[in-house]
Structures are given as structure tokens and as C-alpha cells.
Design a protein. Structure first.
Length: 369
């Protein structure tokens, strides 16, 4: 077993080399040996996945000497994919070795020929599809639906998170998965990362109050295609919500960037999201002051990136357009805030009184139509 542990300990070095300029000296034979090692690590994963003590030992050996627990036992099962993807993105790989790699991806050997979700051929197709869908960007969240590249990236991330959740992991490896997710998302420009995270959270279903697959969100976006099944979605949504809610600045930027209709859809799908979102709207609303000369609510500090009165009213209205449960929670929150602020009955004295009046007037008109 000690020899196996020593061999597994070489995986971080193999992946590091595959991303470096050292591959410029690789020939086809060197590439074949690297792919053989990757398949060997995958074999170890399949062999020891049902043996918790050995899984934990291999996971500890992988994490030894790394600045953070980026690799864990589940990564052994994806070694061919990890290595293939790193080499595909490395321009230093010589032409002959690159041709050999592409041939191995698109024309796998007999033992890899059977189609499976983890196959290298599928990896290559997904990579190619992602590149082809890299279209010029337009306005965020266009009415006709999510941008094709956002959908593709969201589906890839969702597939990876589901694969991670297929196996129960020790606490250390769960923390490593969150560290990996943070590293992936922080490589993207922040607006792009927010779009991808929101798209994944729209694709998954969680809890009894969730919209059914194929439902259209309140923002008008229809996520057609392969929808998330309930199995494994808890593992997919959990790390994303932990990443998003674990940093108040990040969460605030997320809610400022995305439209209220989309955020209302997320609040209706994920109870872990709805309460912090309402709390954040409460903070933003408390920073509005009434200007008697203008007869309207204004920001208390103009240089703060907070919502205006009109934007805040739109956010609460969107929440009341959702499910009956979400609408009830939103109205109850506004009534409590109104009571705590003096329970005024006329406009201009409490932002919560005015917001509740606006929301109730909207709901009344909607019911009459």
C-alpha cells in the first residue's frame, strides 16, 4: 500500500507539468506514458471507492504538500479528463504529441470505446462545443434566454458538481471541493461568474417548494434542454450557495448585478437564498431617506452602490410575483418592518410603509386583470 501511496503522490506533479512549458519536450511516447498513468489513477479510484479507510488515506496523500486541498480522492477518477484538458489548453505541446492526444480523445482504444459520461471523447466534444458557442456578448440576461456560452458553462459546472456529489466524502474533501469551486469561479470575470452561478442554480431543483423542471422563471427565461434531476442537485446547489453567501461583498455584488426578476426566481427555488436576499434588501432600504422637497425617497449617500427607491420597489414587486409561499414571506417581512418602524399609515414617514402600499396596490391591480 505504501508504494501505491507514493505513486498517487505524484499526481499533483504530473498535472503541474502538463500545464507547464516542459511539455515542449514531450514526444508521442511520453504522452502515451502520461495517459497510461492517468488511466492507472482512474483504476485506483474505481478499485478503492467503496473502501472508506483507503479512500481517506489516498485523499490525505494527495493533499500532502499542497498549499491548499485542491486535489482529493474523487480527482483520481477523473485523471484522464484532468490531464487531457490541461494538455489541450497548453500551447507548448508539440504538434506530433498534440495529434496523438487528439487521436486518443476522439478515437479511444477498445477498453475506452464504450460510451460513458466520464469518457475523454465526451470531454473533447464538450470542449469543442464550448469554443464554438463563444459568441459576442450582448446585454446580460437577454429576454430570449441565457446566452449560449453561459448555458454551456453552467451545464459543464453542474455536471462536475453532480459527479463530485455521487460519492460521500470525508469533511476534508468536502472543504477541498469548495476550495476547487472557488478557484474555478474566481478565474472568471466577476460578472461572468455571477451569470454562470445563477444559471446553475436555475437548472437545479431543491426542496418541495421548487419549480418543476421546464418551468419558466419570473424573468421570462426558459431553461429548455436537459434539466437537473432531483438526485444529486442538493450536492450541486450546496457548494454554490456556500460560495455565494459566504462573503457579504460578493453576495451584494451578485444581487446588484442581476435583475430582480431573476433573483426572485432564485429565491423561489432555494430557501437558503431567499432569507439572505430579503435581509440584504432590508439593509439597502434602511439607507433611503425621504426628501420632502422632492417628495420622494433618495439614497442617503450617493457614492454607495445601493438601490434607488424605484429599483428597491421593483425588487420587492418581483418577489411578490413568485410562488404563494415567497409572496407571503415577502409581505410578512414588509409588515414586520413597517410595524418596527412605527406602523405609520401615511406615505413619506417610513420606507417600509410606502413599499408595502406599493406592493399591495400592485397585487390588487394584478388580481383585477
Amino acid at each position: 500500500m505504501e508504494a501505491v501511496l507514493e505513486q498517487v503522490g505524484q499526481l499533483p506533479a504530473l498535472l503541474a507539468v502538463s500545464r507547464s512549458a516542459l511539455v515542449r519536450d514531450w514526444d508521442s511516447l511520453t504522452l502515451d506514458r502520461a495517459l497510461e498513468w492517468a488511466r492507472y489513477f482512474q483504476h485506483l479510484h474505481d478499485r478503492f471507492r467503496t473502501r472508506p479507510r483507503l479512500r481517506e488515506a489516498l485523499g490525505r496523500r494527495l493533499r500532502r504538500g499542497q498549499p491548499s486541498p485542491l486535489l482529493g480522492f474523487p480527482h483520481l477518477g477523473r485523471c484522464p479528463q484532468l490531464l487531457g484538458l490541461a494538455l489541450l489548453e497548453n500551447r507548448a505541446l508539440p504538434h506530433a504529441a498534440c495529434r496523438r492526444l487528439l487521436r486518443s480523445l476522439l478515437q479511444p482504444s477498445g477498453e475506452e470505446a464504450s460510451p460513458e459520461p466520464h469518457s475523454l471523447a465526451l470531454l473533447a466534444r464538450r470542449k469543442a462545443a464550448s469554443r464554438l458557442l463563444a459568441l459576442p456578448r450582448g446585454p446580460p440576461w437577454p429576454p430570449e434566454g441565457l446566452e449560449p456560452q453561459v448555458q454551456a458553462e453552467a451545464q459543464l459546472l453542474l455536471s462536475r458538481l453532480r459527479e463530485e456529489g455521487e460519492e460521500a466524502e470525508p469533511v476534508g474533501e468536502a472543504a477541498g471541493r469548495l476550495t476547487w469551486l472557488s478557484g474555478v469561479l474566481e478565474q472568471l470575470p466577476q460578472p461572468r461568474a455571477f451569470e454562470v452561478v445563477a444559471a446553475v442554480l436555475l437548472l437545479v431543483r431543491q426542496g418541495s417548494g421548487t419549480e418543476q423542471a421546464g418551468d419558466r422563471g419570473q424573468d421570462g427565461n426558459s431553461l429548455s434542454g436537459s434539466q437537473a434531476s432531483a438526485t444529486g442537485d442538493e450536492y450541486a446547489a450546496g457548494p454554490l450557495l456556500t460560495w455565494l453567501l459566504g462573503n457579504l461583498g460578493r453576495f451584494s455584488a451578485f444581487c446588484l448585478f442581476l435583475p430582480g426578476s431573476l433573483l426572485a426566481s432564485l429565491a423561489g427555488r432555494h430557501s437558503q437564498f431567499s432569507r439572505p436576499y430579503l435581509d440584504l434588501l432590508t439593509v439597502w432600504g434602511s439607507h433611503l431617506l425621504y426628501d420632502p422637497l422632492k417628495g420622494q425617497w433618495v439614497k442617503s449617500c450617493l457614492d454607495k452602490a445601493e438601490l434607488s427607491w424605484e429599483e428597491l420597489r421593483e425588487r420587492f414587486t418581483c418577489l411578490c410575483q413568485g410562488s404563494a409561499l415567497l409572496r407571503g414571506q415577502t409581505q410578512a417581512a414588509l409588515k414586520l418592518l413597517k410595524a418596527q418602524d412605527g406602523d405609520f399609515k401615511i406615505r413619506g414617514l417610513s420606507v417600509w410603509t410606502d413599499l408595502l402600499m406599493e406592493v399591495e396596490e400592485y397585487l390588487r391591480k394584478a388580481a383585477e386583470r
